[in-house]
Design a protein around this ligand. Structure first.
Ligand code: NAD
Length: 290
């Protein structure tokens, strides 16, 4: 396939490189980053989008996605698919998809889970919203870049799945970290705490696979001084998107709201945005109740 790839940052560059390595003809554009190995360099979004069967975007947020889509859509050939893999607000995903469809294009929102490591290894999970035909067109690309693609329904539902998943992740990480901090103060050994919880009803991905306590459980960012992994500032971004969506549909999400406040304190007041999101444990450890 001929693929235009807009947004060649931490995630986009390895994804584009994997598509090129698999034999697709990939042309990239980024305002601030060179094309990776095997990917041709276009001078603009319009140039990257012209003649492509699929135009992929991997951008920082919904406002930038809307701007890029305004440029890309008029340049795309009829029947081509606009495939956005960024994490953005549900509303932007739906607006952009509607614009694409009005111009005779297919549109998918397909945010990912798996981080930079997953992008490099081609083991991402895609959560996809949009039509069946567009999903069928993009499926061979999902197979190259990832290990799983779940079709979640119409446009916006990929973003909905992503923010619901990450709201659970943020809330669970905080629960796991505050429980470890409480266990410390009760004199309970961290290894004993892990051995019990990881095989009891408190088990979770954050405890079992990504334990926030250094030296306990499988290797995780805690064992590397909380170097991300998944940065706290990205967790805050996703929690805020979840709360923006919850407000738009009047959903009661008290734990998501509290998790969003706690990560906002951690990232914006305490300047810890560059640390892994599991670094909530040393934060709780140092604090008392007030
Ligand atoms: P990044 O900042 O490294 O990359 C974004 C790229 O977009 C940058 O290179 C930037 O120059 C480029 N860009 C910005 N405006 C542009 C424009 N108008 N035209 C062309 N290029 C433009 O971010 P990232 O870590 O690659 O993340 C990309 C998306 O993936 C985000 O939405 C993020 O939330 C999501 N995501 C990231 C991770 C992760 O671990 N990094 C995991 C899952 C999802």
């Amino acid at each position: 396939m001929k693929i235009g790839f807009i947004g060649l940052g931490n995630m986009g560059a390895p994804m584009a490189r994997n598509l090129a390595k698999a034999g697709h003809e990939v042309t990239g554009f980024d305002v601030n980053a060179p094309s990776p190995e095997g990917v041709a360099n276009a001078p603009s979004t319009t140039d990257a989008a012209t003649g492509a069967d699929v135009v992929m975007t991997m951008l920082p947020n919904g406002a930038i996605l809307r701007q890029v889509a305004e440029e890309a859509i008029p340049a795309m050939k009829s029947g081509a698919v606009l495939l956005d893999c960024s994490t953005v607000d549900v509303e932007s995903a739906r607006v952009v998809a509607e614009q694409a469809r009005a111009s005779g294009l297919g549109a998918l929102d397909a945010p990912v889970s798996g981080g930079i490591g997953g992008a490099e290894a081609g083991t991402l999970t895609f959560m996809v919203g949009g039509g069946e035909d567009a999903f069928a067109t993009a499926s061979p690309l999902f197979d190259i870049m990832g290990q799983k693609a779940v079709h979640c329904g119409p446009s916006g539902n990929g973003q909905a799945a992503k923010i619901c998943n990450n709201m659970i992740l943020g809330v669970t990480m905080i629960g796991t970290c505050e429980a470890f901090a409480l266990a410390d103060k009760l004199g309970l050994d961290r290894q004993a705490m892990f051995d019990v919880v990881s095989t009891s009803s408190g088990y979770s991905w954050t405890m079992n696979a990504y334990c926030p306590a250094p030296g306990v459980g499988p290797k995780s960012p805690a064992d590397n001084e909380y170097t991300p992994g998944f940065a706290a500032e990205l967790m805050l971004k996703d929690l805020r998107l979840s709360q923006q969506a919850a407000e738009a549909v009047n959903a009661d999400t008290p734990m998501g709201e509290r998790a969003s406040e706690l990560y906002a304190d951690f990232v914006e007041r305490e300047g810890k945005g560059g640390m892994d999101f599991s670094a909530m444990l040393p934060r709780f450890e140092k604090r008392g109740r007030n």
